[in-house]
Design a protein around this ligand. Structure first.
Ligand code: ATP
Length: 951
């Protein structure tokens, strides 16, 4: 771990380490070396800084030596207890060695020649390679000698050899990077006095391998190059042989097996010498001057000697190579120096790096702590923040939900208000449109009326004028005739007088002649008498002439008068044609206005109180605009007592299309609806119904002798007759039915069949027509036919009434007039229906106090009236294709095509003027207001142009 870190540090700071990384040494390999060097340096420094440690070791050695021989200090320094120390200080004199040397008295040390090695200082050993090499040679020679002398010496010689190997290892560690493999191998070698150990790393020095007995030191080759030295050394290492105890010498350091325990741990190097012999080699193998070199009995001396000899010979053979190695040694020494310097520098760098590393570690620890604290606080903050976010999120969600709810409520409220506003605006717009249309209608009607009146006046004036002219002319003519006659008479008289005069003249002439004769006979003058007679004749002639000229002037004047009369007659014809044209236009305009209006028209009529006031108290009913538009109605409600006891009466105001006061006659009422009725002739479905409580005047308005039904039929008949001039011919078929207890009865049928014959309502969806099966239909051939129809209906009702009660009040009557027109000129056809409905009384069941059959009648009446309200309400929704509950009652089903859609509907709401009926009256008026506010769509005319060929 440390090595890795240092290696990393070196890798990080190559400049600081001073190592040339370009040499290609792998980081791990370098780290191994550096780790080894670091340890060596540390141990070295430790030994130098702490002599006591060395002393302790030394003292141990001393104690050993004191028990054994004087040379024990050397042996102890090389003993197993110092293997690590020695191995880590390879390339340098082991501190214990020098220490042990120092612990001895100087004189004792100097006295021993074979321990001269111990006198060498660290510097001399390290800096004097010649001496060291010489020592190696010396040891080799010594080994040879010992081998030749005694096997016991061999052991010591082996130690020397070990020393040589150790020295070589020192050399190898100083080798350049090319020899790093050798150096690494040597760094990992440990030697004790009995065996050579080879360890794969510094910690696991347990791979115990016997140093081959044949291992020999070979001198440098003749070339003296480092390569040959390395080669030689490798060869030396390869010369390893199986020592015979099962361990195989490795060919290269990497091949050296790492012995492991059963549990897979790396086996440590034995602290004690591992020898087949249990005897301590420390005690017997060192060669001293006092050693007994007699061969031990348990040794196969000969065999060992042979082996050593063989080894020796090999070494000798390789001596030349050793020489090369020796020559390479100085070079490597220098390199070692450099490396040592590098090592020092690296050590110091390492130290500083270590310090830095420590500082960084501390910093890292602090930072880690801070990081931990920060992380913790951050976690806390995050947690708090998350909680806060959750809270806020929850609060926000609640707020959003609340806002959404508020918004929804607000939207609903706004929508409601908006809808109310729209409804109000629509109502106002409808009212305005109504007002405007009514204004337009009124103006149009006024204009048309004015025009009509003006034209009529003109015609009348013209006619009067013509008549007057005629009269005057006749009178003048008569006068002239008389005058002429007089003149003629006078002329005759004058003629007669003239004749008389002429006769007289003749007579006078005769008498004159006679007289002249006589005078002549008697002598008298007759000339003056003749002159006076001649003047009289001239004046008579002038008078005759005058009379004749007067007669001619009279004749001229008469002719002039006659031509003027012709002109007036022609103008009157033109005016009449124009009037008819404008009437047609007015009808078209009226229908267009009706189409545009679309909604049900509602008119209110308040019946009068009988003159004898026999019906009780009269309600307070006001007509605020009776003199203007006649649309408003105010009814004072019943007295209401508040919780404080104050009595108040509320005024209920209503507004309709038209309000008729008690003094209004049926004629005026019909005048308001006549145009609507006429629409049926133009191909519209028209429905006019009267709604109100019993006795409010429905039947009087609808079916009385001058009610809407007879008036409508009369008008239709007359109009149809008038339209003949325009090419229209109408077929008018009338039927009269009664809806009683949700059953249809034919009021024109036989009275015997009343309440017996069943009639069904069927609809022709294509033609938009309603057919009631088994109904008697009466064709209107004259205006009087209607009276007979009404009479028969009333008769049938009265027959039915004798059986139960007042049928007219308890049933709905419907007069149906179908108008089918054809125009031979334009080839147009039109089909319209006029429904005139007199509804049953609308009083409430509770107030009527009805029981039994009356209750059933009332229930059915209320049901059908309620259904009528539902149908009008559904039509008022105006939804396309929406369900309209026509089928819910017989009345609405019967009037399906006359209510809404394709029809013009008018409702008369009848009001009783009596105080006791005020509640019912208000209920009826409120219902009518609802209906009035309902827009049920625009009516459409049912006309089409027929194909001539199809006739
Ligand atoms: N405008 C009017 N002028 C004079 N009299 C009237 C008028 N309206 C109603 N009446 C009279 O009031 C009475 C009740 O009228 P009517 O029978 O028409 O009421 P109704 O609503 O048809 O009653 P019901 O539902 O019982 O048929 C009748 O006698 C009728 O003549």
């Amino acid at each position: 771990m440390v090595i890795r870190k240092i290696s990393s540090a070196y890798t990080l700071f190559p400049e600081a380490s001073g190592i040339d990384l370009s040499t290609g040494i792998s980081t791990d390999h370098m780290a191994n070396i550096l780790g080894f060097q670091q340890k060596a340096v540390q141990s070295s420094f430790g030994a130098m800084r702490n002599p006591s440690t060395a002393s302790t070791i030394s003292s141990h050695s001393t104690s050993n030596s004191s028990r054994q021989t004087s040379n024990g200090s050397f042996s102890s320094s090389m003993g197993p207890g110092h293997i690590r120390s020695q191995s880590t200080h390879y390339g340098r004199p082991p501190p214990s060695f020098s220490q042990s040397t120092r612990t001895r008295p100087p004189n004792a040390t100097k006295a021993r020649s074979n321990t001269a090695m111990s006198n060498r200082s660290d510097e001399s050993w390290a800096t004097n390679p010649e001496r060291r090499d010489g020592m190696l040679r010396e040891s080799t020679r010594c080994a040879s000698f010992l081998l030749s002398q005694n096997p016991a010496v061999l052991q010591n010689n082996k130690l020397r050899h070990t020393q040589s190997v150790s020295s070589l290892r020192s050399h190898s560690t100083r080798c350049n990077t090319r020899d790093s493999s050798i150096a690494t191998a040597l760094q990992k070698m440990h030697i004790d006095e009995n065996n050579c150990y080879y360890s794969t790393n510094n910690q696991a020095a347990g791979s115990k391998l016997l140093l081959p007995p044949r291992l020999s030191y070979r001198g440098p080759d003749s070339s003296g190059s480092g390569d040959s030295w390395s080669q030689s050394f490798n060869q030396a290492v390869v010369l390893w042989e199986d020592p015979g105890d099962g361990l195989v010498a490795p060919q290269t350091p990497s091949h050296i097996p790492i012995p492991k325990t059963r549990h897979g741990n790396i086996r440590r190097a034995p602290i004690t010498p591992s020898s087949p012999s249990k005897a301590s080699p420390m005690k017997s193998t060192y060669l001293t001057k006092d050693s007994d070199i007699a061969a031990p009995t348990d040794w196969d001396t000969k065999a060992k000697l042979d082996e050593v000899m063989a080894c020796y010979h090999k070494i000798r053979e390789d001596s030349s190579k050793t020489t090369a190695l020796e020559q390479a040694v100085p070079v490597y020494k220098e390199k070692i120096m450099v490396l040592e310097l590098d090592q020092q520098r690296l050590t110091s760098a390492n130290k500083s790096l270590t310090t830095d590393l420590d500082a960084m570690r501390e910093k890292s620890v602090i930072l880690e702590k801070r990081l931990f604290n920060l992380t913790t606080s951050l976690d806390d903050q995050i947690r708090a923040h998350r909680l806060e976010i959750d809270d806020k999120d929850r609060a926000l969600r609640n707020e959003v939900e609340k806002l959404r709810r508020d918004n929804t409520d607000e939207m609903d409220r706004v929508l409601r208000n908006h809808r109310d506003e729209i409804r109000e605006a629509e109502r106002r717009a409808a009212l305005e449109i109504d007002d405007k249309i009514r204004d337009i209608e009124r103006k149009a009607e006024e204009k048309l009326g004015e025009e009509r009146n003006r034209r009529l006046r003109e015609v009348q004036e013209l006619e009067e004028h013509i008549a007057k002219g005629d009269q005057n002319k006749n009178l003048a003519l008569e006068d002239k005739s008389q005058e002429i006659q007089n003149l003629r008479n006078e002329l005759e008289n004058l003629k007669a007088a003239l004749e008389k005069e002429q006769q007289k003249k003749g007579d006078a002439e005769k008498s004159l002649a006679d007289l002249s004769e006589q005078m002549r006979r008697t002598g008298i003058d007759t000339t003056s008498t003749i002159t006076s007679l001649e003047a009289t004749v001239a004046s008579l002639r002038a008078r005759i002439h005058f009379l004749e000229s007067g007669s001619k002037a009279q004749s001229d004047s008469f002719a002039d008068m006659e031509s003027r009369l012709q002109d007036a007659m022609r103008s009157a014809e033109e005016s009449k044609a124009k009037l008819i044209k404008e009437e047609t236009l007015r009808r078209i305009l009226f229908n267009q206005v009706q189409e545009l209006k679309g909604n049900i028209r509602v008119m209110c009529r308040v019946r009068p109180v009988p003159s004898n006031n026999s019906e009780g108290e009269v309600a307070q009913v006001k007509f605020p605009d009776i003199d203007k538009e006649s649309k408003e109605l105010e009814i004072m409600g019943k007295e209401e007592k508040s919780s404080l006891g104050t009595v108040t009466r509320k005024t209920h105001a209503f507004s309709f299309d038209r309000v008729f006061g008690p003094n209004t006659q049926n004629e005026e009422v019909f005048g308001e609806i006549s145009q609507l009725v006429q629409s049926a002739l133009d191909g519209y479905n028209v429905c006019i119904f009267c709604y109100g409580q019993t006795g409010s005047g429905k039947t009087h308005t609808m079916s009385s002798a001058d009610g809407m039904i007879p008036r409508a039929t009369h008008q239709i008949y007359e109009t149809a007759e008038n339209l003949k001039d325009k090419g229209w011919t109408y077929t008018m078929e009338g039927s009269f039915v009664e809806v009683y207890n949700e059953e249809i009865h034919d009021l024109l049928g036989s009275s015997k069949d009343m309440d017996k014959k069943k009639h069904e309502i069927r609809h022709d969806d294509q033609k938009k027509q309603t057919i009631v099966t088994g109904l008697k239909t009466v064709t209107l051939t004259s205006a009087d036919t209607v009276e007979s129809i009404l009479k028969q209906a009333a008769n049938n009702r009265s027959v039915a009434a004798t059986k139960s009660n007042e049928r007219s009040s308890r049933s709905h009557s419907v007069f149906i007039l179908k108008l089918i027109g054809r125009n031979s000129t334009t080839n147009e056809t039109s089909e319209g229906t006029l429904n005139l409905v007199d509804l049953a009384g609308s009083e409430r069941l509770k107030q009527s106090g009805a029981e039994g059959d009356r209750m059933k009648e009332t229930q059915n009446i209320n049901k059908s009236l309620s259904c009528l309200g539902d149908v009008i309400g559904a039509l008022g929704q105006g939804k396309e294709g929406a369900h309209i509950p026509y089928r819910n009652s017989k009345l609405t089903y019967l009037l399906q095509y006359s209510l809404g859609g394709n029809s013009k509907t008018l409702m008369f709401v009848m009001a009783s003027p009596l105080q006791e009926h005020v509640s019912e009256t208000l209920t009826s008026l409120k219902f009518a207001t609802k209906v009035h506010n309902t827009h049920i769509g625009t009516a459409k005319r049912s006309t089409k142009v027929r194909d001539r060929n199809s006739e």
